[in-house]
Ligand binder design. Structure first.
Ligand code: PLP
Ligand code: COI
Length: 355
């Protein structure tokens, strides 16, 4: 099905206005009417289409199932004040998926194909894009998997690229309120020269046990240390880390095993060009956290989640406050979300309209 067929089908049936509890969505799967699906066969991508079938039919011996030859992305569609819909930097997600594909010997999804598919999925499910002012968004989950009858440890000959969508609210409880995070020396999410910088499921599988331990102890998530020396902060299980110093610096860790967050690079730019801060990508030593007056986790799902405190062994370090959002974190949040929801002028090329 292409977008025109979806539109005709919608016109034939009564157009449903969707009414959900937009303010309290959380981050859960919801099966929406349409998703995009494309096959890679005989060395080329075939024309993708929108489908109502939410189930993937793949060989039991697919390398994605056995050896983790798969990758995913995460981006959002935002409803603006005038009712239109826009995407935030989808080309950057396309490029990161291409880098991940290179790492796992999968075929790249071309940027235009990726962005057009995102737009088609949003348009087809547009009644599920949450209203402006609710804070909720439509989350898109692109997925690239190696499929086919291959059981040796080698790359697949065939691939599926699919994108589904779901309306979401806060990823961490409360949104822009501080929560606490746990540092565990016992676990790493990625190896020093492994796949930490690639958005592959294996990194997240590795994070589930430490994540459960953190949640069971009432922490929002884990903060991982660098896998080589365990002396530096790397990132959160589902977001990057940033700290603000008293010298007006916006600092984020630099490491080959961190997922290069599009939100983090956007904040580095906004901190410098909109807030007049000094952007720094560098080491964040665990024994030098006093240099930060505020800290946060940033990502597509997490947006900006202030970090109240971090527990590391018996030490509990509070950054700004366990209950209040720091002023710089709030300013960054307002600037970023203002751009994403169309209220603040965006740097060139950051916003892609869905029409
Ligand atoms: N780090 C990890 C491990 C993530 O899963 C995510 C989410 O995508 C991020 C960082 C943030 O990346 P982005 O801002 O591109 O969503
Ligand atoms: C995202 O922010 O898009 C992510 O992929 C994080 C995920 C673990 C929910």
């Amino acid at each position: 099905m292409d977008l025109n067929q979806v539109k005709k089908k919608k016109l034939r049936s009564t157009i449903m206005t969707v009414s959900l509890d937009w303010e309290n969505l959380g981050f859960s799967y919801m099966k929406l009417p349409y998703r995009y699906l494309a096959y890679y066969r005989n060395g080329a991508w075939e024309k993708g289409e929108l489908t109502e079938d939410a189930t993937l039919h793949i060989s039991e011996s697919s390398p994605s199932l056995h050896y983790g030859q798969q990758a995913f992305e995460g981006l959002k569609a935002y409803r603006t004040k005038d009712g239109s819909i826009q995407l935030f930097r989808p080309d950057q997600n396309a490029k990161r998926l291409q880098r991940t594909a290179d790492r796992l010997l999968m075929p790249q999804v071309p940027t235009d194909m990726f962005v057009d598919a995102c737009k088609a999925v949003v348009k087809a499910n547009e009644e599920y894009v949450p209203p402006y002012g609710t804070g909720a968004t439509l989350y898109l989950r692109p997925l690239l998997i190696g499929v086919g009858d291959i059981i040796g440890v080698k790359p697949a000959d065939e691939y599926i690229f699919t994108i589904f969508a779901m309306p979401v609210g806060n990823y961490f409880k409360g949104g822009l309120v501080p929560t606490n995070f746990l540092i565990q020396d016992e676990y790493d999410r990625a190896a020093p020269h492994g796949t930490g910088a690639a958005k592959v499921g294996g990194n997240y599988a590795a994070s589930m046990l430490p994540g459960k331990i953190a949640h069971d102890r009432n922490f929002s998530d884990v903060i991982y240390l660098d896998p080589a020396t365990h002396t530096k902060i790397e990132e959160v299980g589902s977001a990057n880390f940033f700290g603000i110093t008293a010298n007006n610096e916006f600092v984020t860790p630099l490491s080959p095993s961190i997922l290069p967050s599009i939100t983090k690079y956007s904040l580095l730019y906004l901190a410098e060009h909109r807030l007049g801060m000094t952007p720094i990508e560098g080491d964040v030593f665990i024994n030098d956290l006093d240099r930060f007056v505020e800290a946060g986790a940033c990502g597509t799902a997490a947006v900006i989640s202030p970090i109240g405190g971090v527990q590391h062994g018996d030490d509990f370090h509070v950054f700004y406050s366990e209950t209040e959002v720091g002023p710089i974190t709030r300013k960054l949040y307002d600037e970023l979300t203002g751009i994403q929801f169309g209220d603040v002028e965006a740097p060139e090329g950051w916003i892609v309209k869905v029409d």
